[in-house]
Design a protein around this ligand. Sequence first.
Ligand code: PMT
Length: 219
Amino acid sequence: EPTSELAGLKIMVTAGPTREPLDPVRFISNHSSGKMGFAIADAAVKAGAQVTLVAGPVNLPTPQGCQRHNVLSADDMLKACETYAESTDIFIATAAVADYKASQVAENKIKKVGDELTLTFIKNPDILATIAARQNKPFCVGFAAESENVEAYARGKLVNKGLDMIAANDITAEGLGFNSDNNALHVIWNDGDKHLPASSKAELAKGLVSLIAQQYNKN
Ligand code: PMT
């Protein structure tokens, strides 16, 4: 039983969706439940790591033994991650961060006037790419939620974001991925890859944490 393969290491995990406000009462977000990221945080604690969990708005109890920092928007998540990055050995970005946010958050509730409503969105910062570009960067593990060309897009993100490892997540499979208890991952790194077949997110998290420990210790 690999209980201490991450002993002494500091790990930061992001989990859940972000929530991007439109006005005082509305936001855009996505279906991430946080289950995958919370399972990874739990598995990392059990593997002996000191874990900081940066969580978007989710309805989950904090895994025993990890430090939790709650955030709402991508900007807030980036701020939290930059605070902890300095003392992070391994960063695992499981969060489904909104790629865009409203260009302006309305100060007052948007009124129902015309038959159409047009909103303008601007790019959010890429948290993972920002952390991976730091001078003293941690070992960076990304996720890639894809509905087509899964492996190719995942490999693109591995290279373009400067990652050490990426977990490709085909989100078209029934009963897996967003907001379910099960998932399947194709984990890819520079000179290897491994399929972690469909199982509970807890099982997958254990498998992923083991792979990360193996690759991290090769460095
Ligand atoms: O939360 P669950 O319901 O358990 O579902 C789990 C999951 C499907 C959300 C998870 O397994 C998953 O695939 N997470 C990544 C979702 C995602 O937004 O992927 P992406 O391909 O858009 O992003 C690529 C990587 O960059 C991810 O590691 C993401 O955290 C990161 N990213 C993306 C955009 C951004 N602005 N900042 C980021 O850090």
